[in-house]
Design a protein around this ligand. Structure first.
Ligand SMILES: [Zn+2]
Length: 338
């Protein structure tokens, strides 16, 4: 009888310990409910579990970085994502294969081949200040939601800058883009972006075209506006061209080209410069307002552009005496008469 009682007691103890161990085991595998937590808190065994998984120690705050990280978004993309399905023709516009990365801040996007993100960041910073510089200069806002610059590597090693549909493009050779990146990383004084500042826009030329992408400004004025914009917003880069009454001087004095026959950047720049010096910056900004109005009405898309540009933009902005300046650079009345 006594033995039976002892055996029964041992069996009961085994059963109870099995039940208890199962209870603890199962609750440590899953998140216990509040009642179980209350009951388990009295048991030292599960305290560490509760500390770890129910009320974890907050992560220590990381030290703030020495220079605050700028809010760049960098992500893989495709040309199609930016509506870039055409930006030139012929083999010289063919881009080497590879991942394209978009680097963005504020309303600026720069697309570069993967690995050139630091070059893109420097352009993003330049273009953000360019936006306000050029809109003050022209008195008009940038006509699109985003300023987009695409830098790509040509298959044939050729390079050039261009603008299409309000987007700027820098086609670079592999050697040239590697030097561009190196210049940024080493902050080389020879670098394209070295002088970039709130008063110096390294991207002035193509961005000036992009501001006016929807205006059909005749070729004889278009490059002159971009070059003159550089002389103002990219201080120093056009100092080598001196406009005189009898021609333009670089290393020697050249006659002005007949802009009706031959496009010539310095001649066109000197024509625009003479217009600004004669009529003043305020009227020059009025000219862009007139361009903007015509863009809104879509009138510039009709017919030949020279007569719209002279009769609907230049004469309303500056008065009919403007025609004497145009004549000096080869744009005589026959070019724009209606
Ligand atoms: Zn140009």
């Amino acid at each position: 009888m006594k033995i039976k009682l002892i055996v029964l007691s041992i069996l009961c103890l085994i059963a109870v310990s099995l039940a208890l161990s199962f209870f603890v085991f199962t609750d440590t595998q899953y998140r216990p409910n509040e009642d179980v937590i209350d009951s388990l808190e009295d048991i030292g065994v599960v305290e560490s579990y509760l500390d770890e998984d129910i009320t974890p120690e907050p992560e220590p705050e990381p030290d703030p970085p020495a220079t605050p990280e700028l809010n760049y978004s960098i992500f893989d993309t495709t040309n199609e994502a930016y509506g870039i399905d055409w930006f030139g023709s012929g083999s010289s516009f063919e881009e080497v294969d590879g991942t394209i990365v978009a680097v963005e801040r504020e309303n600026v996007t720069v697309l570069v081949p993967e690995g050139y993100e630091d070059l893109a960041k420097a352009h993003v910073e330049d273009l953000i200040t360019c936006n306000s510089l050029l809109s003050n200069f022209m008195g008009i806002p940038f006509p699109k939601d985003r300023i987009v610059l695409k830098i790509f590597i040509s298959k044939d090693g050729s390079f050039q800058g261009s603008q299409n549909r309000g987007m700027s493009f820098y086609k670079r050779s592999q050697t040239a883009i590697d030097l561009d990146l190196q210049d940024v990383l080493s902050n080389s004084p020879d670098g394209f972006l070295y002088e970039s500042s709130p008063t110096y826009c390294a991207n002035t030329h193509e961005l000036t075209h992009a501001f006016l992408y929807n205006a059909y400004i005749p070729y004889w004025a278009n490059e002159g506006i971009a070059e003159y914009s550089q002389s103002i917003n990219q201080g120093g880069v056009k100092d080598y061209i001196i406009c005189t009454d009898s021609g333009y001087y670089t290393d020697e004095l050249y006659d002005y080209y007949d802009l009706n026959v031959t496009m010539n950047y310095p001649t066109s720049m000197c024509m625009i410069q003479e217009i600004v010096e004669t009529y003043g910056e305020a009227l020059f900004r009025d000219m862009f307002q007139e361009i903007l109005l015509l863009q809104t009405d879509n009138k510039l898309r009709i017919g030949t552009t020279s007569n719209y540009f002279v009769y609907d933009i230049l004469i309303p902005s500056f008065g009919s005496s403007i025609t004497a300046i145009l004549d000096k650079y080869g744009i005589e009345e026959a070019v724009y008469e209606r």
